[in-house]
Design a protein around this ligand. Structure first.
Ligand code: DON
Length: 306
């Protein structure tokens, strides 16, 4: 069974490897300079078996931090409070769209876009910088199964220095009363979460925790209550790949999340977490090879939930 999965993963990898189009994220220098040929993938099953392909280079979590922040917010503050700050509607717009905080209730549309994730970050961004690092360590360390977590300082500083759009979003949300703390504290928490450094093996284990009903596949520890897991995967299913979410669901059919580093993780409920990393992005900000690999693998293994 595992042998067959390894063969399927290698086959999907080989399908995607010749793809050379797309570009590294250009707006963060530390991401623009990464070797665009990097390509790796890893699967962690819900029983903790790990298979991989490609050289497992480190990358940053970026927007793939968003589902975990949302899940933690639900578990910490409760659904009602969290949903006073963010809704759960897809946007059909890019991840950094400014318009999303201006319509209707003034809440950002969902926690998978920048505006929504910054609103969520504001709920956690209390206390000193040390408290915030401790909070992130506690949050992500449980999914990784180890602490302390590592940050890529260069990416963090680049994020902070180039975040003109995110800063505008945060100020606008602050104007509408959507933030739970100060603009700067919310942004800083968000940048730190984006610059968490890991590899495909780590990411597959985090994804497998979501696939395993919220229980870590290696430590056996319950990380997230089932109700919040359901809510998080629902939002990932509808909003996880921004304005490509509908097509991704059509082609691949499992909850996923992408990030501008070129990572994508997918959750096959009850079965496995899949992580893929390849830095070249398409026009929606999703990894070109990553999408291809997930599509091939899903078709081969019949992952689509319908
Ligand atoms: O907010 C930003 O600009 C990034 N650090 C995170 C964005 C991201 O990963 C969007 N994903 N495709």
């Amino acid at each position: 069974m595992l042998q067959e999965l390894q063969e399927h993963l290698e086959w999907a990898f080989a399908q995607a490897e010749p793809l050379k189009h797309g570009k590294n994220a250009g707006y963060i220098p530390a991401l623009a300079e990464v070797d665009p040929e990097r390509f790796s993938a890893c699967i962690c099953t819900t029983s903790g078996e790990i298979i991989r392909v490609g050289e497992d280079n480190p990358f940053t979590l970026q927007s793939m931090s968003k589902p975990f922040l949302y899940a933690e917010a639900l578990a910490t503050f409760g659904i009602e409070t969290v949903h006073q700050h963010v809704a759960v509607e897809p946007t059909g717009k890019p991840f950094d769209a400014l318009i999303d905080v201006q319509s209707g209730s003034k809440r950002p549309h969902n926690p998978m876009i920048n505006a929504g994730a910054i609103a969520i970050a504001s709920l956690f961004a209390q206390g000193s910088e040390r408290d915030q690092v401790r909070r992130l360590d506690h949050l992500f360390g449980r999914y990784l199964g180890r602490t302390p977590i590592q940050f890529n300082t260069r990416v963090y500083l680049n994020e902070r220095d180039t975040a003109f759009g995110n800063r505008a979003l945060a100020h606008l949300m602050n104007h509408f009363g959507m933030l739970g703390g100060s603009v700067e504290a919310a942004l800083d928490f968000y940048f730190k979460a984006c610059s968490l450094q890991l590899n495909c093996r780590d990411l597959s284990v985090m994804a497998a925790t979501l696939a395993n009903g919220g229980r870590h596949p290696l430590t056996g520890r319950r990380v997230l209550p089932g109700r919040y897991l359901r809510d998080t995967l629902t939002v990932q299913a509808t909003c996880g790949l921004y304005d490509y979410s509908g097509r991704f669901w059509f082609d691949v059919g499992v909850p996923a999340k992408s990030g501008v580093s070129g990572g994508i993780f997918a959750v096959v409920p009850g079965k496995m977490g899949i992580a893929v990393y390849a830095p070249r992005l398409d026009e929606n900000g999703n990894s070109v090879r990553g999408l291809s690999l997930l599509k091939s693998l899903s078709q081969k293994c019949r992952f689509h939930v319908f």
